[in-house]
Ligand binder design. Structure first.
Ligand SMILES: [Zn+2]
Ligand SMILES: [Zn+2]
Ligand SMILES: [Zn+2]
Length: 154
């Protein structure tokens, strides 16, 4: 079973990922709800690996099963765990029955989520970590949601 052995390899992937780049996120990979899933999505970067789903407290993402040969990662749908497809400046869920859409950060390809600040709502990058080495402070006041609505209400 090719897919299953790849899923096992992915455990090393996540350990490396946690150790090397995302030390401050370590907690997210521990505890209940952490499960390994293999999605039938091939890696768009190396075309050899498969995207292996990872859940964390702050959402899900996919990592390539060919890691460390390929360190491609892709965000997974927060709602249903399917893969997300790039569509303009948004990522939309590949699951046709799911309406999940998220805006993409133009700086780091992270996702932008709506936050409340003292001056009202704004879109902030999910890769913002106060005081962390790997942090993206990108924010936007307004995002044109018309592109979202064609997907959500069509
Ligand atoms: Zn890959
Ligand atoms: Zn979805
Ligand atoms: Zn960003």
């Amino acid at each position: 079973m090719f897919l299953i052995s790849d899923a096992n390899k992915a455990s090393d992937f996540i350990r490396e990922l946690v150790k090397d780049k995302y030390e401050m996120l370590t907690d997210e990979f521990i505890g209940e709800g952490f499960q390994e899933k293999v999605a039938g999505i091939s890696c768009s970067a190396c075309k050899k690996g498969y995207m292996v789903a990872r859940d964390s407290q702050h959402g899900s993402f996919f990592g390539c099963s060919q890691y460390p040969l390929c360190d491609h990662t892709q965000t997974a749908c927060d709602w249903c765990g399917s893969g997300l497809k790039e569509k303009g400046r948004f990522r939309v869920c590949e699951n046709k029955r799911c309406d999940f859409v998220e805006p993409v950060c133009p700086k780091c390809q992270g996702k932008l989520s709506l936050r409340k600040g003292s001056y009202g709502q704004f879109w902030g990058c999910s890769h913002y970590r106060k005081g962390a080495e790997f942090s993206c402070g990108h924010t936007e006041k307004f995002i044109d949601l018309k592109a979202l609505k064609t997907k959500v209400y069509a």
